[in-house]
Write a protein that binds this ligand. Structure first.
Ligand code: ZN
Length: 90
């Protein structure tokens, strides 16, 4: 089998580089690049779905915290209303 080589510097060594600052893209890309000169030889897009899922998981966890706080405040509400009317009768 032939050895894959960089078209720019002839190196046969490659690495993955996650680029989160790709202009015009809302999500990062994983570049396959020459580990000697950095020339990009390929792009992995399947990482994007992993990234999107992790972002969604974070958002869902934040929503769970918010709804849990709302739940605990709703439970306290009758007591607060009772106290309000008790103090307003005085
Ligand atoms: Zn190279």
């Amino acid at each position: 089998m032939a050895t894959s080589k960089c078209g720019n510097c002839n190196s046969a060594s490659f690495e993955l580089e996650i680029k989160s600052d790709v202009k015009g893209s809302a999500y990062p890309f994983t570049f396959i690049q020459c580990s000697s000169c950095g020339s990009v030889v390929g792009v992995l897009e399947e990482k994007n779905s992993e990234w999107l899922l992790s972002q969604l998981r974070k958002k869902i966890e934040n929503i769970e915290v918010i709804t849990s706080n709302i739940d605990s405040n709703i439970v306290k509400l009758p007591k607060i209303v009772k106290q309000f009317f008790k103090s307003s009768k005085k």
